[in-house]
Design a protein around this ligand. Structure first.
Ligand SMILES: C[S@@+](CC[C@H](N)C(=O)[O-])C[C@H]1O[C@@H](n2cnc3c(N)ncnc32)[C@H](O)[C@@H]1O
Length: 216
């Protein structure tokens, strides 16, 4: 996560910046709006990173309670710093590990049934246990009709969706053999086992996808 160690501003308030946030945020907000508007229950983000998306989403969807989380303490500090800098609602990030039984975390339980669980650019840069854990936890923590939403690069039925993603996947696996692009077909099977039905796959710029599942 070396790229996230880039400081924003004068570097004194702990804000880190993602090189892809500015490009990716507007289309994510636009394409998720029809799904997020009117959602019942709070939204929990797993792996919020710098916190730029969390602050942007909280400001774009003021009727939602967008709760960030990240296992990395420097990232949690950055999340708070972005909330303060952008005057977004002050919601301290939870220290959640997606591979653990995060739905049982007291901070998650205190939120009550969730309207959505969102994880962007996390499950390819972590072991497969994180993808499976996020899905299993969403099955427990979402309220009826709640959404599990993944954003990032994915494989589809065993194939890469483009040469760029194939090269990216090779690079990830070279860096850590446990990392790599996940296949939407696998996510769909794991989600079905957790009581979540696939609702939509949305093509996004740069060969990314939004993948949505709904709790029956
Ligand atoms: C590439 S960053 C994406 C951050 C942010 N969602 C974004 O799109 O800018 C991946 C994030 O996943 C977090 N992460 C890594 N392992 C994790 C785990 N086991 N559970 C939850 N988050 C994890 C990292 O700390 C990092 O903040």
């Amino acid at each position: 996560m070396a790229s996230y160690r880039t400081a924003a501003g004068d570097g004194r308030d702990g804000r880190l910046q993602s090189p892809t946030f500015a490009r990716n945020s507007p289309p994510i907000i636009a394409r998720l709006a029809p799904w997020l508007n009117g959602l019942a229950g709070p939204v929990l983000e797993i792996g919020s990173g710098t916190g730029q998306h969390a602050a942007a989403m909280a400001l774009a969807f003021p009727d939602l309670q967008w709760w960030p989380s990240d296992p990395d303490a420097a990232h949690r500090a950055s999340i708070s710093a972005w909330q303060a800098h952008l005057r977004a609602p002050d919601r301290p990030a939870l220290a959640l590990d997606g591979a653990a039984d995060w739905a049982a975390d007291p901070g998650v339980a205190a939120l009550g049934p969730l309207g959505a669980v969102v994880s962007m650019n996390v499950i390819h840069i972590s072991p497969v246990a994180v993808a499976r854990g996020i899905i299993a936890g969403a099955g427990k923590a979402l309220g009826r009709g709640g959404l599990l939403i993944f954003y990032g690069p994915f494989k589809e039925n065993g194939e890469h969706t483009g040469a760029g993603n194939a090269a990216f996947d090779r690079g990830l696996r070279a860096e850590n053999p446990d990392w790599g692009l996940r296949d939407i077909a696998d996510l769909t099977a794991w989600s079905a086992a957790a009581g979540l039905d696939r609702e939509a796959v949305i093509a996004m710029p740069a060969n990314n996808r939004i993948v949505l599942f709904r709790k029956a």
